[in-house]
Design a binder for this molecule. Sequence first.
Ligand SMILES: [Zn+2]
Length: 427
Amino acid sequence: MPIPDRALTDALTLAEELFARLRAASLDPPGVTRASYGEGEAAAHAIMAEAARGLGLEVTADAIGTLRMVLPGSDRGLPAVAIGSHLDSVPHGGNYDGAAGVVLGLATAAALIAAGRRPRRDLLILGIRAEEMCWFPAHYLGSRALLGLLPKQAPDTLRRVDTGRTLAEHMRDQGLDAKPIREGRALLRTDRIACFIEPHIEQGPVLVEEALPIGIVTGIRGSLRYPQAVVHGRHAHAGAVPRAFRRDAAMAGVALISALDARWAMLEAGGADLVCTAGILATDPAHHAPTKVPGLLRFSLDIRSLDAELLSEIDHWLKTEALRIGDARGVEFDFGPPTHAAPARMDAGLRDLLMRAAMAAGVPAKEMASGAGHDCATFAGVGLPSAMLFLRNRNGSHNPDEALDMPDVAAALAVLARMVAELLDQA
Ligand SMILES: [Zn+2]
């Protein structure tokens, strides 16, 4: 049964107020700053908790600071439907990355309450900690901690990039406790959760370009990264050394990246989902000169795909190709330590339900992959049926110019509320 328009309008007013309060509380021109386990994030959690109490929800926070807001169902023995996202931001970021998901969760609860619905299952809204990797160098920190998946030493080895202090110290500042992480203990029982839904702004230009208010995510790309790769060659005089005697690190690095680009084009033409980036590419400023054959090149690789097998195939190909180029050019490739994030498929049933809700609500939508990582990947990774709803957003994300229009929030809310109302009443 659809939620009446009046209930959706009330909920939308709440969403607008929450966005304004979040912005005011974490303003750091240009943009907002809500550091992981820092002041701005804590302020955002307090605002959400207060709004949830105002709606009459059950509000608690666990030992690591995850905010849990529950609209109780009539049968509390049934696993809950969860909606959530993170409340931290990058420094001088936008107001919507992460926060939009929590605000939409609360707005959904508000719409159900205003419509006089008493759902069968609990609706659990999660305000997750520490998702933005720019603070602590670990992906999905808050959601992995919540599910007991973070390495046990993480609280004492991960240091916040801006302060140099450990995760445990920052947690203590917030009155929180790193003990469950040290014990590898999950704080959320996944058998008490039926599914996890994360609404999030789109971080690319697709919905704006295609004039669509929402996107339904098919999967979250996994990544293979080499952040600190190096090519070792030999510095030499640019004029005096013939080609045969050179060990040019820059030419060799560029040859590998160029071969990767050609392989990417070929795989993409064959229908593969793939994006490749060499974001860092630099000779050594202490030794380089226009008249010197560079003996060292630092580079990074970031390769993402929905297909885990393709990522490991490319990894193998890279090593083989580097050996071949190294032999031919007299250099050595050292890729350094890799990082891996597994791709996450979104649940087919939930995707279908979202698409049907969008059609019923008259909201145009398209299915699309998520190029960026999200907490939702952690939940999907432990086998929990998961889904993501993207909202149109101008100017990309992680910058002060993120722009989310309220009519698009209204469209997303109409779809989400309809879908969630159906899920909450399932036996
Ligand atoms: Zn985000």
